[in-house]
Design a protein around this ligand. Structure first.
Ligand SMILES: [Zn+2]
Length: 71
């Protein structure tokens, strides 16, 4: 899982797993510490219940509007 740099900068970072876990324990919802491969610090996931990521539909029509004109 890659972290976008924008999110990385917006998030709080913790120097190690223990610190992140200690902070995570104060949250009401379940958050999970993870290592960031951008800044090599630890962030917390903000996984809230009921949050849904919509799947992109692969139903895009082809962009071939070239008419099939026979010679
Ligand atoms: Zn980061």
């Amino acid at each position: 899982m890659r972290t976008r740099q924008r999110i990385c900068k917006a998030k709080k970072s913790y120097p190690d797993h223990a610190t992140a876990a200690a902070v995570a324990a104060h949250f009401d919802h379940a958050v999970r510490p993870y290592r960031c491969d951008r800044c090599h610090a630890w962030h917390l996931t903000s996984r809230l219940k009921g949050k849904r990521i919509p799947r992109p539909d692969r139903n895009v029509p082809p962009d071939r509007s070239v008419p099939n004109t026979p010679d």
